[in-house]
Design a protein around this ligand. Structure first.
Ligand code: PMV
Length: 405
């Protein structure tokens, strides 16, 4: 490779995932080892995705080191221990390949130039770190032609952001807590592919809230340190629910899946209220969404939708496609006509649906609260894991491209 001017490039996209059994609590903050297992649904990349090009070249200036540009803004990579940990593990795997096969170009010795974009609506306040780290790890693994499986690579993504390990694959994904101190058994595993239960849909109600939430790392460490409810959650509640929800997924049993999802969201937020001083992620609009989901299920006479909330006020409502009329119809008749986001492939499929369950069956204050509190929705469904893409955000000559994704 000496004297080579080649720019090596590889690109990947990665999805968002929304947990139905929440990760909350670290037993090791450096390695991002959790106190309990968790399980999520990978969401379709047609709606939300991170897009990353990893490139390297002997022509890149060594003194600049590895660089990362995110949404057109250069990032201080040295300030992000988590990014450095991912890069160092990926480089070590490449170095092993090069040592075993000296004919391979010595990519591990070249600086990396990484460019990443995501297509999340800026006002949405959705955490993008899971998709971002999953795309970064997948793109570099492709660049280095690493033979490791998605599960193997999930250990590396986990160090970027815990929940990122679950974005390394599609469908229904478990993150096994593991018991080893080095974290080698704390990884993501596919419970079922998206094709097993492709009818799963997710309606994200984006709650406009100017207040910045307590960051997840700070919040979870405070909960572990101070909540008396937390040990019961980690040791008893979650292990039983993991088994039960995996069974519900295998059997495509929506009522069971939905009840466990809602109870786990409530249990997770209960440990936040029990944190000292308490942390509040839900607000009045979130509580209106909770009330309405219970009212819809009561009026329907069966469980047709389920809410879940991460470390913020946005509601994610899971339901099955066959219930679009009753679920989407109801939310559409509650929300203002000018609500943004009813577009894309999933939105187009329900364009004709204007009404569902009659609003007089629902709590009128909750209807008013949701109507006033939501201006944007994202309608999506279960989807695939990271994908290799051929369009790069870095040119053949190594320049960063401004490319709409
Ligand atoms: O991966 P982090 O550090 O952003 O934490 C995510 C925590 C929750 O979103 C609240 C739950 C989860 O399992 O995704």
């Amino acid at each position: 490779m000496a004297g080579s001017t080649e720019v090596y490039r590889a690109s990947a996209t990665a999805p968002v995932n929304i947990a139905v059994i929440k990760y909350w609590g670290k037993r090791d903050a450096v390695l991002n080892l959790p106190t309990n297992s968790s399980l999520s649904v990978t969401l379709s990349q047609s709606s939300l995705r991170a897009y990353t090009t990893a490139s390297c070249s002997p022509t890149y200036p060594a003194e600049a080191g590895d660089t990362l540009t995110l949404n057109s803004k250069p990032q201080d990579i040295q300030a992000s221990k988590r990014t450095l940990a991912c890069l160092s593990d990926l480089r070590a795997l490449r170095r092993n390949l090069e040592n075993a096969n000296p004919s391979l170009p010595k990519l591990s010795a070249c600086p990396l130039r990484i460019v990443s974009e995501n297509n999340f609506p800026t006002a949405a306040g959705l955490a993008s770190s899971a998709a971002g780290f999953a795309a970064l790890v997948r793109a570099i693994a492709n660049l280095y032609e690493l033979p490791q499986s998605a599960s193997d690579l999930s250990r590396i993504a986990r160090q970027g952001s815990g929940s990122a390990c679950r974005s390394m694959m599609g469908g229904y994904v478990a993150w096994r807590t593991g018991v080893l101190e080095d974290g080698s058994d704390s990884l993501a595993e596919e419970v079922a592919p998206a094709s097993h239960w492709p009818e799963m849909r997710a309606l994200i109600l984006v709650v406009s809230d100017v207040k910045k939430d307590v960051p997840s790392t700070t919040g979870m460490q405070a909960t572990v340190a101070t909540s008396a409810l937390f040990p019961t959650r980690a040791e008893t509640v979650v292990p039983a629910r993991m088994t039960a929800i995996e069974t519900a997924i295998i059997n495509r049993d929506f009522p069971a899946f939905a009840e466990i999802t809602m109870r786990d969201s409530n249990n997770f937020h209960a440990t936040n209220l029990d944190t000292w001083p308490p942390t509040f992620y839900l607000n009045d609009v979130s509580r209106a969404a909770i009330r309405l989901v219970h009212d819809i299920n009561r009026a329907a006479g069966e469980t047709i939708c389920a809410y879940t909330f991460d470390a913020g006020p946005n509601a994610v409502i899971y339901y099955l496609e066959k219930e679009s009329e009753r679920v989407i119809g109801t939310f559409r008749s509650i929300l203002k006509a000018e609500t943004q986001g009813w577009d894309g492939v999933f939105g187009d499929a329900v364009k004709h649906i204007k009404s569902g369950i009659a609003l007089e069956n629902l709590d009128s204050r909750a209807v008013g609260g949701l109507r006033e509190g939501i201006n944007t929705v994202i309608l999506t469904g279960v989807g695939e894991g990271p994908l290799k893409v051929d369009k790069h955000l870095v040119s053949e000559a190594g320049e960063i491209l401004d490319r709409a994704i």
